[in-house]
Ligand binder design. Structure first.
Ligand SMILES: [Zn+2]
Length: 319
């Protein structure tokens, strides 16, 4: 196991424990989700700007869906099977069309633990082929084992990792009903297997974790150079509305892409000199200017770890 992977893994575990600290109202959350409409037949549910916890049922990421005359396309499956069931119920409230496809933007726990619910309904799961590594490596298994401890009863022994039915590796288009969808591989960036889903007829871009809105991104074991390049490529499809993996949607898609891109560039600028000179991380972090970002949600929870991961990745790039 690489040092970076170890750091990321222990980060996830630490943050999960942080999320359940002080919780004393287990199971009192309502199981209903309220979809937000962003364009005709296009919706998402918005996770909370928190770390995953028993209290929030791991509802910390968004999931989207598009209703067509030929069925429903869902984007991501939320962070626990119970949330996925709530999402299915919310979709059924709006349409009698069956859920035919689930697009997995990337294999991170908060986006995939609901997949088994959609699989059981007969939906086809689509993901990027690089996601196979998450399923075969110890990272996914260890994260699931840890989540079974920290997120029980929402994540338990019956929660499992679900492989895609269709693994794509290049840009892929499909039409459902009369709606055309474009699946764009945009990794390696936030993860190796990132994909975004674009709907040209409405200009809606489901960006997965390539774009974080109104909160500090979770960088993790990312390829920050690749990520900035992917954001530049996404600008090229000229999206109007963006539904990010976390945080509210925005009708100013290009502005939101810029926020994430600027944050990554700032981390790189702050960490590069120290990383390349082999100066200690702690000193570089203390000296860095964070004034532009410290007011955003999750700054305290993730910024230091983000900076550390960037510091390590810049050293790896230089090798
Ligand atoms: Zn996420």
């Amino acid at each position: 196991m690489s040092i970076t992977r170890l750091v990321v893994l222990s980060c996830c575990i630490a943050l999960s424990s942080l999320g359940i600290a002080g919780n004393n109202s287990v199971g009192t959350s309502l199981h209903k989700l309220d979809p937000i409409k962003v364009a005709p037949n296009t919706y998402y549910v918005q996770g909370m700007a928190e770390m995953g916890s028993v209290h929030n049922r791991n509802f910390i990421s968004n999931a989207g869906f598009v209703i067509t005359d030929g069925g429903v396309v869902v984007i991501d499956s939320l962070g626990s099977p119970v949330l996925a069931q709530a999402l299915v119920a919310a979709i059924k409230n709006l349409t009698a069309q069956p859920i035919r496809k689930v697009i997995v933007t990337h294999y991170h726990a908060d986006h995939i633990y609901g997949l088994q619910v959609f699989k059981a309904l007969g939906a086809q799961i689509v993901a990027h082929a690089a996601g196979k590594l998450y399923l075969s490596s110890d990272v996914g298994a260890q994260r699931l084992a840890s989540s079974r401890q920290t997120l029980a009863p929402w994540i338990d022994d019956s929660t499992r990792l679900v492989a895609a039915d269709e693994w794509i590796s290049g840009e892929t288009t499909f039409t459902m009903g009369k709606v055309r969808f474009v699946i764009k591989p945009v990794g390696p960036a936030h993860t190796a297997e990132d994909i975004a889903l674009f709907v040209p007829s409405t200009g809606v871009l489901f960006a997965g974790d390539l774009v974080f809105q109104a909160r500090i991104p979770y960088v993790g074991n990312a390829d920050s150079r690749g990520w900035i390049a992917a954001l530049t490529a996404l600008k090229g499809v000229a999206p109007k509305i963006i539904v990010p993996g976390h945080g509210p949607h925005s009708n100013h898609a290009l502005q939101e892409i810029k926020f994430t891109s600027d944050y990554l560039a700032h981390l790189r600028a702050m960490m590069s000199p120290a990383a390349l000179n082999l100066d200690p991380f702690d000193e570089a972090y203390a000296k860095a200017d964070w004034t532009e970002y410290e007011g955003y949600p999750l700054f305290r929870a993730v910024n230091r770890m983000n900076a550390y991961n960037i510091y390590l990745s810049i050293q790896q790039e230089a090798q």
